[in-house]
Structures are given as structure tokens and as C-alpha cells.
Design a protein around this ligand. Structure first.
Ligand code: GRF
Length: 249
């Protein structure tokens, strides 16, 4: 059984989708052991409680004011040191960043090299990733650029921002009247599927990296078997889309 920790700073829909994949037995040999948030007010912390997942708030640089750059960097370093200790304390094998709004420093990255993944809601991470590219800004930039397709990307995390080796992507066509909001919605549906698929590939040791490039071993019908199991999650997802969480007033 591989022990997964999720780092998140916000609403946590990707975190919830991973938990649903485990609950529905789509994800195999994975247990979500820990949620770390750098924001005490993040709704994802409530989701963790509801799902009985151990969670911890480690103060980072999110939603905090600092007197100067040095104080800010000290807070970042403290976050990195404390999260490394926490990950080791919980015997964590791999980490999924899911809407985590802070760049991780060397201590965590070195200890968990090619064991930390991130999801980004775009395809071209050089143009639509990096500093300042988050939330609707990403989709806005994609639409402004006149792209015909967008999507989502799962990649290993290295010291760059959104720049590590790409593992898998899903394409989402752009429709004529798309707004950042409608595009974000369709991309998010795909995010919720692809992240667990990559976590399974990683758990099954199907991902290899040579010279910074990923190759995936799809042998023995891996994908067909995944698709068969994943249909349970897709049915669940379709039900959620048909019955939105907040009923109309
Ligand atoms: C997702 O779009 C993800 O790609 C990005 O931040 C968003 C997080 O959403 N990194 P959620 O908190 O998982 O709902």
C-alpha cells in the first residue's frame, strides 16, 4: 500500500476526487494518509475532517503579511522543514499538490524527487503556467491567445514553477462562447479524472524518467483495466454534475 499526502490551499475538489477514487476502489493500493494545507482557512481542511483524513495546517506564506522579504523567506523555509518532517513522520511515499499555492523548497523536493506531482489546468505550461498563472487567469490567458484547445497537465515537481517532467495530459476543446469560467469547469472535470490515473500509474511503478522525459509502460492492457474501474468514478461524477451540491433557493 502506497501512502499519499495531498498539499492544498483552497477548495479541494481535486483532493475530494482522489478520495472518491479510493472509496470507489478505482485507485488500488493507495491510501490517502495526510492532507497538508498552508492556509488555516482553506475549505479543503474541512473536507479532510469530513472524510476522516488526518490533516495539518502548517503556516506558510499563504494569506499572511510579512514586514520584509527575509521574513517571508524564513516562513517559507519553516514550512518546508516542517512539512518534510511531517511527511516522514507519516511514512509518506508520494505527494500530490492539488491547488497548492506555494513553491516548495529544496528540502522537500530533494527528499521526494520524482515522487511529488502537480496538476495544472492548461496544456502549454511555458505560456500558461508559471508565476502568477493560477485560477481563472490561466483560462483567461488561453482564451485571449485564441487557442483551439486547452486541457490539464500532471507533471512531476522540480525547482521550476510548473516546469517539471510532464506525465500525462488531457485535451479539452475550446468552444466558441467559452468564458474563463465555462472553460475552467470543463477542464476541472478532466482534472478530477486524470490526477488519480497518474497516481495509479506512479503507484504501479509504470512511470520512468530518462533525461527529464517521461515514458509510461502501458503494457498488459493497463489502460483498458483502468478505464473499466474508472467507470464507477465517472458515473459518480455525472451524478454530481446533474445534482449540484447547493440546491437552488
Ligand atoms: C485546479 O484547477 C488545479 O489544476 C490548480 O488549482 C485548482 C485547484 O482546485 N492547480 P481544487 O482546490 O482542487 O478544487
Amino acid at each position: 500500500m502506497k501512502r499519499l499526502a495531498v498539499f492544498a490551499s483552497g477548495r479541494g475538489s481535486n483532493f475530494q476526487a482522489i478520495l472518491d477514487h479510493v472509496r470507489l476502489r478505482v485507485l488500488e493500493n493507495v491510501t490517502v494518509s495526510l492532507l497538508i494545507s498552508n492556509d488555516a482557512t482553506a475549505p479543503v481542511l474541512t473536507l479532510a475532517k469530513k472524510n476522516s483524513i488526518s490533516s495539518i495546517h502548517i503556516p506558510g506564506i499563504q494569506n499572511r503579511k510579512f514586514n520584509n522579504k527575509q521574513e517571508r523567506e524564513e516562513a517559507r523555509n519553516q514550512f518546508d522543514a516542517q512539512s518534510t518532517t511531517t511527511l516522514k513522520g507519516h511514512g509518506i511515499d508520494m505527494v500530490a499538490l492539488a491547488g497548492f499555492m506555494q513553491v516548495l523548497g529544496k528540502p522537500v523536493l530533494q527528499d521526494y524527487k520524482y515522487r511529488i506531482m502537480n496538476i495544472h489546468p492548461a496544456l502549454d505550461l511555458t505560456r500558461f503556467g508559471g508565476r502568477g498563472m493560477y485560477g481563472d487567469r490561466v483560462h483567461d490567458a488561453v482564451l485571449q491567445a485564441g487557442e483551439t484547445k486547452s486541457g490539464c497537465t500532471v507533471h512531476y515537481v522540480d525547482e521550476s514553477i510548473d516546469g517539471g517532467p510532464i506525465i500525462l495530459q488531457t485535451f479539452v476543446p475550446i468552444e466558441p462562447h467559452d468564458t474563463p469560467h465555462t472553460l475552467a469547469h470543463r477542464v476541472l472535470i478532466q482534472e478530477h479524472r486524470i490526477y488519480s490515473k497518474v497516481i495509479q500509474l506512479h503507484t504501479d511503478e509504470r512511470i520512468q524518467i530518462h533525461d527529464g522525459k517521461v515514458t509510461i509502460d502501458w503494457s498488459n492492457d493497463w489502460e483498458a483495466k483502468w478505464r473499466e474501474r474508472e467507470s464507477a468514478f465517472i458515473r459518480h461524477q455525472e451524478m454530481l454534475i446533474e445534482q449540484p451540491a447547493t440546491p437552488p433557493q
